[in-house]
Design a protein around this ligand. Structure first.
Ligand SMILES: [Cu+2]
Length: 319
């Protein structure tokens, strides 16, 4: 297994769980965002270097949507369009905005939100998702473009249809257990760095552990070397994870098998929302609650693939 190379060269995609009753959209676009590590002649550039792995990761040169550079998709004029963005990149954080001032955020990381929010700009790190609802313009040939940092990523263009006066269908909310905040236990997690990039071993074998979670990296990450869980959680109990990013870089912190309710940040106002991945800004501390309702061992890691490979990988155990 070599996640950096396998994911980096394209072993990524979307898996969609449909609603029990399909919401009435006129078009449903699935858009996988990925930068490719290729030169102009199509040959690969380095997928990772130690210097980048201990910073923001090694970005690819060519930004694509579903493998194409700035594609255009036809949508019915006047239709209610669901646009699902998935960040399947190893490294890049995309900052999504739209030329349609009325584009609405309708779900974050697979979790519909009760009150859609107008999209101004929304950042998604590797592994994260964003669903937008858009009412396409009524006129044929009109376009709406979605951009990353001012660069066009993908355009939708209207084609003739009979649709008019459409409104965005409401998405059913996910059945997420409500955290019991009054009886919650707080656990602190410090995300830090530990940077020696000089190879020092004489045999040339270097294991880079640039990143630590509560002062620990998972050295020699393998099933033959399983450390103690980073935290042991009691089934059914609510926990508040105090996630502190003490580094100068952002990190999308992902937990398997559970859903966070994001409560608070020391850097911005938060309207509580549900997610499986908390994007921590540099020097940001976020409080995120979860109900430990899923027994077993669950991966808990940064979703920047070079970071998880160089220290930001761990697991929690629900007993
Ligand atoms: Cu990271």
């Amino acid at each position: 297994m070599n996640s950096v190379e396998q994911l980096g060269k394209g072993l990524v995609g979307a898996l969609i769980v449909d609603e029990a009753e399909k919401p009435d959209f006129d078009e449903d676009l699935v858009l996988c965002m990925k930068n490719w590590h290729i030169k102009d002649d199509g040959s690969f550039t380095a997928l990772t270097t130690p210097q980048n792995a201990f910073r923001m990761g090694t970005p690819g040169r060519v930004m694509t949507i579903n493998g194409e550079i700035h594609p255009t998709y036809n949508v019915p004029a006047g239709g209610a369009i669901r646009v699902r963005f998935l960040n399947v990149d190893n490294t890049v954080m995309y900052q999504i905005n739209s030329t349609d001032p009325a584009a609405q955020i309708i779900a974050i990381d697979g979790n519909p939100i009760a009150q859609p929010i107008a999209l101004t700009e929304h950042s998604i790190g590797p592994g994260m998702r964003l669903d937008l609802g858009v009412i396409a313009p009524n006129k044929v040939g009109e376009m709406v473009t979605f951009k990353h940092k001012g660069k066009p990523m993908v355009t939708i263009k209207t084609v003739a249809s009979q649709l008019k006066d459409r409104s965005l269908p409401k998405l059913p909310l996910n059945p997420i257990p409500a955290p019991d905040l009054d009886n919650a236990e707080t656990i602190k997690f410090a995300f830090e760095w530990n940077a020696n990039i000089t190879p020092i071993e004489k045999d040339g074998e270097v294991s880079y552990n640039f990143w630590t979670m509560n002062r620990r990296s998972w050295e020699g990450m393998s099933k033959g070397h399983i450390p103690d869980p980073l935290a042991t959680l009691e089934r059914g109990k609510t926990y508040i994870f105090e996630l502190s990013n003490l580094t100068q870089y952002h990190h999308p912190i992902h937990i398997h098998g559970h859903t966070f309710t994001v409560l608070k940040s020391n850097k911005k106002d938060i309207t509580p929302f549900h997610t499986d991945t908390v994007l921590l800004d540099q020097n940001e501390t976020v409080l995120a609650a979860l109900v430990a309702d899923n027994p077993g061992r669950w991966m808990y890691h940064c979703h920047i693939i070079e970071h998880l490979k160089t220290g930001f990988m761990s697991f929690v155990e629900v007993t």
